[in-house]
Design a protein around this ligand. Sequence first.
Ligand code: SF4
Length: 430
Amino acid sequence: MLAAMPQPPSAVSRDEPVIRDRGDACPGALRLHAADDGYLARVRLPGGLLTVHQAALLASAADRFGDGHLELTSRGNVQLRGLGDGCGTALAELLDAAGLLPAPSHERVRNIVATPASQDVLPWVRELDRLLCANTRVTALSGRFLFALDDGRGDVAALDPDVTVLGRPGGRALVRLGAAPGAVAVAVRNAPRAALLAAEYFLDAVEAAGTRAWRVAELPAGHALDDAGFAARLAAAGTDALRVPAVDWPSCAPPAPGPRDPLCVLPPFGRLSTGQWRVLVQVAEGGDGLRITPWRTVVLPGTPDPSPLEAAGLVVSPDSPWRGVTACTGRPGCAKSLADVRADARALVDRARGPLPVHWSGCERRCGHPRGTQWVDALATADGYRLSVDGRTLPHRPDLAAALTAARDGTARDSAVRKTTSSAQSPKTQ
Ligand code: SF4
């Protein structure tokens, strides 16, 4: 039997409005999520920035309250898992002492990604975070609303943000609303304030539409944001703005794991034991702090010595088979999962290489899947894994490693079909 292929979340069409019937339940550092392996806390790190001291305190929190691990998220944040019941107050006190909870009422809306290899974006990160934390209205944003501050190369700008600031030569920056073809140009110094005004523009549109839209792309057509309206708002707020109707939006690959320029570390599945994390922190002491990236890697600026990292099981080689391999939590941490996706991915990591990233998911939600790039979707079903690329299911092959290799190197894609096969026809891993 053939069934329609469910689209990954990033592929939801603008013509098919998302109807939200509730507020978002995105976890935070204060709003813990009850998972199968205990409570989960997500600590927002604007720009992925962490000092050595803050990173050391996070390890202490993971040991004291959690399962002794830290997880990197696809928005450059850190998660603690396996937290015990009733630890919320002590955890909040520890995070506050580390300076990681500057405004408790805003902790879930500080969703800012920034070009990890750039120092130029740091003033933007700090100013936008300051403006957000000082603005009561933006507490109405969902925990999924995303700001991207890109130095102009197009790495974080490709992550499907709600508001993008893109550096331009000549002291200008472009501010983009959702996936609009054009943008509004402002002076570099005004970019953080323009990003804040863009968020307020979105909230006004949500209110006028009477919806619960969480993202810019979810606004109904009659209430979509437009550059002309945004430029007028900026002008009314005293910020010079120039409409740029069409922009050739740049896009570039994220930093690859490697020992230099800058040192970029890949922990498999973005998950580190506190022992590994402390090695990372020790190495960072010779540099300029840590930057958690939205690709679940860690950039250590300031060229510290990388030699202890590989011995700790962390990847610093661009040729590693772990490059481009991601997975959701899966079993046993998530009850929705049909498989222990990380164990399955680990079993095949050496035998299923290729240039295209692969994301393993335990269910159709595909938590943490890649954005801004083509990727192989390895989805657990009742009988094995179903592989697809761009919503096109790949033909069944009895050997999953061979099927995955063909998908990642592109040789399987020509014969892909737009409809999915029944899960009973999918290859098994065991
Ligand atoms: S994709 Fe599904 S199985 Fe995986 S973590 Fe998300 S909800 Fe759980």
